[in-house]
Every structure is written in structure tokens, then in C-alpha cells.
Design a protein around this ligand. Structure first.
Ligand code: SF4
Length: 453
């Protein structure tokens, strides 16, 4: 549970104030600390035990865990709310593809190819699975280590290493430690042996208990040993139990501030449902209820895409509409006779209009006005797509130096700003275009002919 500024201020030294933290008073510093705007170490006068206590109180209720490295790293945890409508979810569920070392070489190749190639462009984003889970099943340590090397060499993706045999697990970790793999499972049977090995070269771990009750002492032991980057597997036996466990862990962390359960969770639809539609439906439940990582035995475009879209919907911040950057986009290779069109920066509007232009094969400039992520008509109604502001954006964009005919196509739905826009852009002609993007296919090829004449 977050600590308030007024609670923090009671723990501060309350010097004159000295302002050494960069804030005018201890109270101002405390308020900033409470909202995450500064760090405890900025006050040099805190006693060590107060510093440690404050850092603990200010730590996120659910630990941030990073798997992988570089551009392909996956971050999970740090969530602040149980229900998405309370604020927003922050780090989307990581989706992993399971590869067993018992699978044939051809199958391994196929799966690696699949996870690399199954990517879906979606309103300016690329939707994809982002983790590989490598499972030691063969009993042949060298075979598993070869699989780890192969996965390392073939992709930059984050990895989950699964092995009941600790020696094999840590040998695999040593091959790819730079990639920060998640090591799974750490259990009550192997935890004492595992702790020194984890500490020797820290990477995230997956802790599995037979139940939530069993997880708690394991997490306390790890914390005591200074091992804190973990994900939880409560060992749920079936889907009903899993929903109950996932919800319990989330509530305990966020509502009760119960630190031993303040970690993201991992779920294995691959082991619970074993393939087919049932596995994908199970995965879908876990995306909703609150797994930070799900591991799938296999997928194709038809099963993966619905999960990716579901995840996108749940993890898109509902407080902000999806928007694209304000600028003049080039579609095709527009020359000085190319048409110039204007629209608003709601991502959906942009992509529908851009796709309609692309379909005509008429190279064009599409200028996008920042309307705080609203569609054209809504933006106009809210005063964010007026002749003044669109004109100012066009002047600032530099588009004028790229074209010969100073003409701009205005969406038909906001034809009423034509006069205002012409006043703002002296020397320009404002042409009223189609009301809907669907009309661009007919409009644009004819319009470009007039420009070229
Ligand atoms: Fe207060 Fe510490 Fe800031 Fe000084 S440095 S004003 S004691 S919080």
C-alpha cells in the first residue's frame, strides 16, 4: 500500500530546512517522494535504518522484473491496480513459446522461425510473442545446453529456462546469463542449494509452491538472502484454482501491501490444458486474471493474434487515446506535384486514411494535426481542429517547401473550417475532400490529375 507524504515527513530529519535535497522543505521532499518524483538518497541526513525502511515502503507493491536484454527485454510487474478501469495496467503479459529439448530438430527450427516471424502490425505497433521457454525433458544435459545455445544464436528474445535439475538449470544460465533468463522452478526442495548459485550471477527466478501458503516462506527466505527479482507460480491445479490464486496474490500485494506476494506471476496454459483451443482459452483467462507471463506449447497466426489483441486492449491506457505523432507523413514517394491531405492524430483515423491513400497508389503527403488523439469531427467539436490551429501546424511543418501547388485537402466532415483555414494560410487553396476515408479511393486519382495539369 502506498505511503503518503504526511507519513513520510514524520520520518525525515526535519533540519531547519537545509534544502540539500533540492527541495525548499522536508515536507516538499516528502510529497515528491510519495509520488515517485525523487529518491530517498537525495536527503543526506537520513539514518541508514530509516533509509532502508523508507525504500521498502516506497517500493512498488508488485516488483518490477526484467527478463532479456536490450531492445528485446520484457518487463513485468510494477502494477498499481487490481482492475484496469481504476487507472491502467502497466506492463503487458509476456507471451512465451515453449520448446522442449525432446522435440525434433525440425520442430525446434519451425518454432524458432515462428516466434521470429509471427508479427502483426497494428495501429503503429508490432504485436508479437516475445519470450522463448526452453524445457529440459530429455534427461540429456548436453542436448538441453545445445538447445539453449541454438535459441541464443537464433534470436535476441528473452528466455525462460525450465529444468528440475539444478545443475542443468545453472549450466544453462551460465550460457546465456547476459540475456537475463528467468530460471524456473525454484522450489522448497531446491531453494537452499539454489540461493548461492543465484547470488553468484543474479538473474530473475520463477518460484513454484504447491500452494500460495507454500510460496510465502520461500519468498521470505529469498528476500532475507537478498534475492528479490522473482515471479510466482502458486502451483494451481486447475483453471478455477488458478483464477482464485492469481486474484489472491494480486489483492494481497496491492490491497494488503503483503510484501512476500508482491511479485508478478507466471502461468503455464501449456501444462494445464495441453494444446488446442482449450489452451488458448486458458491463456486468454490468464491475460485477464492477472498473469504477467503465460507459456504456450504452440501457436499459429489464428490462435496468437486474438491473444495479442486481447492483451493490447487490456494493457492500453484507457486515459489516453492511441495517437500518432504530429507531422507530415510521406505515403509512397511524393514529388512536388503530390497532393497534400490533412487529418487528426487519432491512431485509428490516421491508419484508415493512410491505408485508403496507399490503396490508390497516389504518392501523397498526409499531414497529421495533434488533436490529443481525437478523431477529426470530435476534435473540431472540442476546438482542437480549428482553421487557426491546422493552419499553424501546416506552416510549422515545412510542407510548403516540398510542393508546387499550394493546395490542401480538408476532410469533408469539417468543411466548415475551409474559410478560416484559407485566412490562416494566405496563398493556399483549401479543397474539401470526401466525408469518409472510403471516398478517398474515388476522389484522389481524379484530384491528382488536376494537380498535374
Ligand atoms: Fe529535509 Fe533532508 Fe531535504 Fe534537508 S535534505 S530539507 S533534512 S529532506
Amino acid at each position: 500500500m502506498p505511503i503518503s507524504g504526511s507519513e513520510i515527513v514524520k520520518m525525515l530529519p526535519g533540519k531547519k530546512p537545509c534544502k540539500d535535497c533540492g527541495f525548499p522543505t522536508c515536507f516538499a521532499f516528502a510529497m515528491k517522494l510519495a509520488t515517485g518524483g525523487t529518491t530517498v538518497d537525495k536527503c543526506p541526513y537520513l539514518a541508514q535504518e530509516v533509509k532502508v525502511k523508507l525504500e521498502d515502503l516506497l517500493a512498488p507493491a508488485i516488483k518490477l522484473v526484467t527478463i532479456g536484454s536490450g531492445d528485446d527485454k520484457v518487463q513485468i510487474g510494477n502494477e498499481e491496480v487490481i482492475y484496469r478501469h481504476e487507472k491502467t495496467y502497466i506492463h503487458p503479459t509476456g507471451i512465451a513459446l515453449l520448446i522442449s529439448d525432446k522435440e525434433s530438430e525440425a520442430k525446434v527450427e519451425e518454432k524458432i522461425k515462428k516466434i521470429k516471424e509471427l508479427q502483426f502490425p497494428w495501429v503503429g505497433l508490432t504485436l508479437k510473442a516475445e519470450l522463448i521457454a526452453l524445457n529440459f525433458e530429455s534427461g540429456d544435459k548436453n542436448r538441453f545446453l545445445s538447445l539453449v545455445k541454438k535459441a541464443m544464436g537464433s534470436t535476441n528474445l528473452g528466455m525462460i529456462l525450465i529444468s528440475q535439475d539444478l545443475d542443468t538449470l545453472f549450466s544453462a544460465r551460465d550460457i546465456c546469463a547476459d540475456r537475463r533468463p528467468l530460471l524456473y522452478p525454484i522450489t522448497k526442495e531446491n531453494i537452499d542449494q539454489a540461493i548461492p548459485k543465484i547470488k553468484a550471477n543474479p538473474t530473475p527466478i520463477g518460484v513454484r509452491g504447491g500452494s500460495i501458503e507454500e510460496l510465502v516462506p520461500l519468498m521470505m527466505k529469498l528476500k532475507e538472502a537478498g534475492v528479490d527479482e522473482a515471479v510466482l507460480d502458486p502451483g494451481s491445479k486447475n483453471l478455477m484454482e488458478a483464477i482464485k490464486d492469481q486474484t489472491f496474490i494480486r489483492r494481497a500485494a496491492l490491497k494488503q501491501g503483503f510484501r512476500p506476494l508482491g511479485y508478478p506471476t507466471i502461468a503455464f496454459p501449456c501444462f494445464m490444458a495441453k494444446g488446442g483451443l482449450k489452451e488458448i482459452l486458458t491463456a486468454s483467462v490468464f491475460i485477464n486474471k492477472f498473469a504477467a507471463i503465460i507459456v504456450l506449447s504452440d501457436f499459429d497466426q489464428y490462435s496468437l493474434l486474438p491473444l495479442l489483441v486481447e492483451r493490447l486492449n487490456i494493457y492500453t491506457d484507457p486515459r489516453f487515446p492511441m495517437a500518432v505523432e504530429e507531422k507530415c507523413y510521406e505515403i509512397g514517394e511524393p514529388d512536388e506535384n503530390a497532393p497534400v491531405l490533412i487529418t487528426s492524430n487519432w491512431a485509428l483515423t490516421y491508419f484508415i486514411v493512410a491505408s485508403a491513400i496507399e490503396a490508390t497508389r497516389v504518392p501523397s503527403f498526409l499531414c497529421v494535426k495533434d488533436a490529443e488523439g481525437l478523431g477529426v469531427l470530435t476534435a473540431w467539436a472540442a476546438g482542437k481542429f480549428s482553421g487557426d490551429s491546422v493552419g499553424a501546424m501546416i506552416k510549422k511543418s515545412g510542407i510548403e517547401s516540398k510542393i508546387k501547388n499550394k493546395k490542401i485537402v480538408l476532410p469533408g466532415r469539417v468543411a466548415r473550417i475551409k474559410g478560416e483555414l484559407e485566412d490562416e494560410l494566405p496563398g493556399w487553396e483549401v479543397v474539401v475532400g470526401p466525408r469518409e476515408a472510403a471516398g478517398i479511393g474515388t476522389f484522389l486519382p481524379e484530384y491528382v490529375k488536376t494537380l498535374r495539369r
